[in-house]
Design a protein around this ligand. Structure first.
Ligand code: PMV
Length: 329
């Protein structure tokens, strides 16, 4: 079974867990799934083998990535009562490990493909809960367009049932994201570890949780009203708040590079020139500018001027994660 999923960029970030093993967040988050950088994942049941096989972009997966996939498949096997191993082939068009949420599209695609391959009948909400166990942000990539991931309540199995993503009606907006890829080198610390370290050591972590709740409520209103300026202002504030919690961690975690700040400054200049564009950034140096679809070409051209080797790409709201052909390829 082959499934395709796309990365998402959060406008209200997820940064903090209340239950590590169930991947339950401390607060809700909200994102836009992109129409670029798909991940295609094929899962084949291999009953005669005694171990899973995991390949990424045609090569055996690095040990840590293979272990995460096997751990995820073990979960699926518990849900189905199967003990059959599987082979997993993933083709990732998003550069991995640079803060462009390859884990979101990766685990959304894996959840959809593995559920189908093992014969698990899951609705979209259940698929979102399953994808969440692989990587939190993957819960949102099960849905196209805008999606909100509910924190839910409780721990363990109780929390698990209450924490999933749902689509958000953003038809009043006509947004684009202009993605500026600063650096394709792997990041200094995986986001999972950085999140844990920030929650444990940053004095700004509690204020961050309060401000997230407020940002999310205001974001929902701004989206419903089709107010892109408010959406952008809240998203930028929220992203900077997340990075501030990391800066205040001991020792500090710094994902943004000097070039990231140069792009953030360009985005602010665009606003002074009368083009509404707002910055956001995940756990990496890349910067994403949120703007109106009709301004995307201009924003892209302006950001390209920041430096010669900057890769800039426009993304629009993308589709749901889906099975591509319903049959093995
Ligand atoms: O899903 P994870 O564990 O890779 O966490 C992703 C966290 C951020 O990308 C930084 C924010 C988000 O909400 O996507």
């Amino acid at each position: 079974m082959t499934a395709i999923a796309h990365p998402n960029i959060a406008l209200i970030k997820y940064w903090g867990k209340r239950d590590e093993s169930m991947v339950l967040p401390l607060h809700g988050s909200l994102s836009m799934t992109l129409d670029i950088f798909p991940t295609a994942t094929t899962v084949r049941i291999t009953p005669t083998r005694s171990a899973d096989i995991v390949r990424i972009n045609g090569c055996p997966a690095p040990a840590a990535a293979a272990a995460r996939v096997t751990e995820f498949l073990a979960l699926v096997r518990v849900l189905t009562g199967s003990d059959a191993c599987a082979s997993v082939e993933t083709i990732n068009s998003v550069p991995t490990g640079v803060g462009l949420a390859s884990s979101a599209s990766g685990f959304a695609a894996l959840a959809v493909a593995a559920a189908q391959a093992y014969g698990l009948q899951l609705d979209r909400r259940e698929l979102s809960r399953l994808a969440r166990r692989g990587s939190g942000s993957a819960a949102r990539s099960v849905f196209g367009g805008f999606a909100q991931w509910h924190a839910g309540s409780g721990l363990g199995a109780v929390g698990d049932r209450s924490s999933y993503a749902e689509p958000v009606d953003a038809s009043a907006l006509d947004p684009a994201m202009v993605i500026a890829i600063v650096d394709r080198r792997p990041k200094p610390m995986p986001s999972r570890e950085a999140m844990r370290h920030t929650a444990a050591t940053s004095p700004l972590f509690l204020p961050w949780l309060h401000s997230c709740a407020d940002d999310l409520a205001r974001m929902r209103i701004a989206i419903a009203e089709g107010d892109l300026t408010r959406v952008g202002e809240i998203a930028e504030h929220n992203a900077f708040g997340m990075h501030a919690t990391m800066w205040a961690a001991r020792p500090a975690v710094r994902f943004l590079a000097p070039e990231s700040f140069a792009i953030i400054d360009r985005i602010a200049e665009l606003r002074r020139l009368g083009i509404p564009a707002y910055a956001t950034a995940d756990a990496g140096p890349n910067i994403v500018a949120l703007c109106a679809r009709h301004d995307a070409d201009q924003v892209s051209a302006y950001l390209r001027e920041t430096s010669d080797n900057l890769h800039v790409q426009i993304a629009l709201p993308g589709p749901d994660a889906t099975i591509t052909n319903g049959a093995d390829r």
